[in-house]
Design a protein around this ligand. Sequence first.
Ligand SMILES: [Fe+2]
Ligand SMILES: [Fe+2]
Length: 136
Amino acid sequence: MVAWNAQTMGMDIEVIDHQHQRLIQIINELEWAIQEKPFDREKLKEVLGSMFDYAYYHFQTEEFYLDKFNYPGIVSHKNEHRYFIERYQMLIKLFNTDDDYLEIAKDAQEFLENWLVSHICGTDQGYAALFKEHGM
Ligand SMILES: [Fe+2]
Ligand SMILES: [Fe+2]
């Protein structure tokens, strides 16, 4: 389980903190769905899909403000988002086609816990000061 950590993850920017909290909540929903017995493939599929949709929506929100405020690190930040989308899309594709779907779901959970959490604690923190300068 991933717990929200206001010190390492929080930015005091309401719209962003709220979205990051929701992303962490979905990671935990995935973990619960993986542990459920008997395994429910449809439930796993639903949670994996909701993570994709919400992450996509969240990246759009961030990129909108990164553009608007002319963030200097915008290109590499967008590239990190793009990397996530591609890698995660591949995992969903594997999940849908592989018989070993539970293992794929676990890989996805590990990827989310590593990539998404470190992106929130690392790369995302870089724009916090700029967003606040603009009144967010
Ligand atoms: Fe983010
Ligand atoms: Fe980001």
